[in-house]
Ligand binder design. Structure first.
Ligand code: PLP
Length: 449
């Protein structure tokens, strides 16, 4: 092989997969070997020289195109781009809707019937103090106090942001650079993958089992430098898994040794039924912990709390001052009211129990059909299927919408799962489970009869 460009890719190719070739290009860009405007050789040439299949190279190019790292233009071929953000491709795929369903269990949103009544809290706003200056404290002191009193570890700093996605975006923008290695869960929440791909980081997937992220997988991943780990400590979307104490202990030990920071996304927050766990109990100086109020108190409140050590939080809050600055104190006041009002507290407690029982009802009914699913918390159930597309089509033909599993995939290989938002299913569990069970077997080719 004489083409220096191909040699530079070969030197950086760690695995013969689409992500492997995409990572090799990313590293060559970071190292300054591939400059913006450089033209990449045709897919077939790259494939032949690096002993990959053209499909693998093409899939690698697709990943790069999504992160904005390369640009394809018919006449000029494929060139290295100036890095720029792209749209939320996986998010769109996960929630793609071609039809209206009688029963839509694809969305992953909370049941509006189970959200607390905002009326009384909004009425109290009439007496809310008005902002004095753009330099006022960005978080209401009484809210910070309430949060510290109900937080899974003793956190140094606390702030409020516009939902968990805002927290993830802020952390990613403030802490990560193009080409950094970042660990995520496999399977993973699709918008986080879109966000990381838009920044152009190298994404490393570590499997999740019923006790949370695999500590062995993580130990393997951090043998090369990793800048950050993103994980969901409980009610993982899509699997419903929660970190056990034993696993949290192991994961924290790996991260302590590696000195890697972790960003925890507790998106189910107060409607989680499992205990509030954070690696902050073990490694507070390396932990950013996020709790969303979307599922518990309402997605349109757009609020999440985020804690961390003073040095990291100063970076994040400083970065945020260049953008939206703070989350509306009017909304913060609504949240204070909801967190202290007896009726709202009762409504959230009821929602927590109701979600747990809806999930359990679907899981038990599926088990009755020999369909076994994992996880123990949250509003979603992650169902293994023989053929993802066939399962989606079959359920759609029965008027039931579910989310495809593939947008959640990080590691190569077929995902073959569907995500069912059990939290939206108030009744009819036996019938829906029977339909889902039949769909899990759809696509099986039994041969000519
Ligand atoms: C894992 C996960 N993270 C983040 C979010 C978004 O949360 P928020 O509405 O607080 O931005 C969701 C919403 O479903 C989620 O499931």
């Amino acid at each position: 092989m004489s083409d220096p460009l191909l040699i530079s890719l070969e030197e950086r190719l760690e695995e013969q997969t689409a992500r492997g070739i995409a990572n090799a290009v990313t590293r060559a860009m970071r190292d300054g070997v591939l400059e913006p405007g450089t033209r990449l050789p045709p897919i077939r040439t790259v494939a032949a020289q690096l002993q990959l299949s053209p499909t693998t190279v093409s899939a690698g190019w697709a990943l790069l195109a999504r992160s904005g790292a390369i640009h394809t233009d018919g006449r000029r071929g494929t060139t290295i781009a100036d890095i720029r953000a792209t749209g939320p491709e996986r998010y769109r795929r996960a929630l793609q809707r071609q039809m209206v369903f009688d029963l839509d269990l694809s969305t992953g949103v909370p049941d509006p019937e189970l959200l607390p009544d905002l009326g009384p809290a909004l009425r109290q706003l009439r007496t809310a103090p008005v902002l004095q200056s753009y330099l006022d404290d960005p978080v209401l002191p009484e809210l910070v106090e309430l949060l510290h009193a109900d937080w899974p570890y003793r956190a140094e700093e606390m702030t409020l942001v516009d939902g968990a996605m805002d927290a993830l975006d802020l952390a990613a923008r403030s802490l990560l650079r193009f080409g950094d290695r970042v660990v995520v869960e496999h399977p993973c929440f699709p918008p986080l993958l879109d966000l990381l791909e838009a920044i152009g980081v190298e994404i490393v997937g570590v499997p999740v089992d019923d006790e949370g992220m695999s500590a062995t997988g993580l130990a393997q991943a951090v043998t090369a430098p990793v800048v950050a780990v993103f994980l969901q400590p409980r009610a993982q979307n899509p699997t419903g898994a929660s970190l056990s104490q034993a696993r949290a202990d192991e994961v924290a030990a790996v991260l302590r040794r590696a000195g890697t920071c972790v960003i925890e996304d507790d998106s189910a927050g107060a409607v989680s039924a499992t205990i509030d766990v954070s690696l902050g109990r073990w490694i507070p100086q390396q932990t950013l912990h996020v709790r969303s109020f979307s599922k518990s108190h309402g997605p349109d409140l757009r609020l999440a709390a985020m804690s961390g050590p003073a040095n990291l939080m100063a970076k994040l809050v400083g970065r945020r001052q260049l953008g939206q600055g703070w989350s509306s104190r009017l909304l913060q006041r609504v949240l204070v009211n909801l967190l202290t009002d007896e009726q709202a507290v009762r409504q959230v407690a009821y929602a927590r129990e109701e979600y747990a029982s809806r999930r359990a009802a679907l899981v038990d009914a599926l088990a009755g059909h020999d369909v076994n699913v994992g996880g123990n918390d949250g509003i979603n159930v992650w169902v293994p299927v023989l053929d993802e597309s066939a399962a989606l089509l079959r359920l759609a033909s029965q008027g039931i919408g579910v989310a495809p599993g593939s947008p959640f995939a990080v590691l190569p290989g077929p995902m073959n799962h569907i995500r069912v938002t059990a939290g939206l299913l108030a009744d009819g569990h036996a019938e829906v489970a029977a339909d889902i069970a039949a769909a899990t077997r759809a696509g099986a080719w039994t041969g000519p009869r």
